[in-house]
Design a protein around this ligand. Structure first.
Ligand SMILES: Nc1nc2c(c(=O)[nH]1)N=C([C@H](O)[C@H](O)COP(=O)(O)OP(=O)(O)OP(=O)(O)O)CN2
Ligand SMILES: [Zn+2]
Length: 124
């Protein structure tokens, strides 16, 4: 029987943004920062030779490359992100890593301070 595994790695980044929205706009409109936390999950069967779904060192290296496009950036100006919401951050991270041929199954992004969290589950 072939098992399916899910590996996950976490990272964080500090970034600024503004957020235009109908509700409670004053503070959100000013440029301000957050510490964002993210967790990327990859899913699949083991490679018979390596016993791995994907080498965690490879995943970590790809995440670090991606992280550099977000950390200490003004998210409003990050190409391809769109409005800097948690949803768009999840989609941005998932898209970037899938483009690197990683079998991403889910991405979660959250902010500890306000308790906000968003999880994106991708179809297989
Ligand atoms: N569907 C979504 N709704 C909202 C999002 C989101 O990402 N998806 N984000 C926000 C705000 O960014 C969030 O409420 C935090 O408020 P913000 O003005 O950005 O910063 P604060 O300092 O007020 O929040 P802290 O988390 O306490 O730093 C709203 N809706
Ligand atoms: Zn904010």
């Amino acid at each position: 029987m072939e098992f399916e595994f899910e590996l996950s790695q976490r990272f964080f980044f500090d970034a600024a943004h503004t957020l235009r929205r109908a509700h409670d706009t004053a503070s959100s409109l000013r440029v301000h920062g957050h510490t964002y936390h993210a967790e990327v999950s990859v899913q699949g069967a083991r490679d018979a030779a390596t016993g791995m779904v994907v080498d965690l060192a490879v995943l970590r290296a790809e995440i670090e490359t991606l992280r550099q496009t977000l950390d200490h950036h003004l998210l409003d100006e990050v190409p391809g992100l769109g409005t800097p919401t948690l949803e768009n951050l999840c989609a941005y991270i998932a898209t970037a890593l899938r483009e690197r041929q990683l079998p991403v199954s889910a991405v979660r992004v959250w902010r500890e301070a306000g308790g906000d969290s968003c999880r994106l589950v991708l179809p297989r």
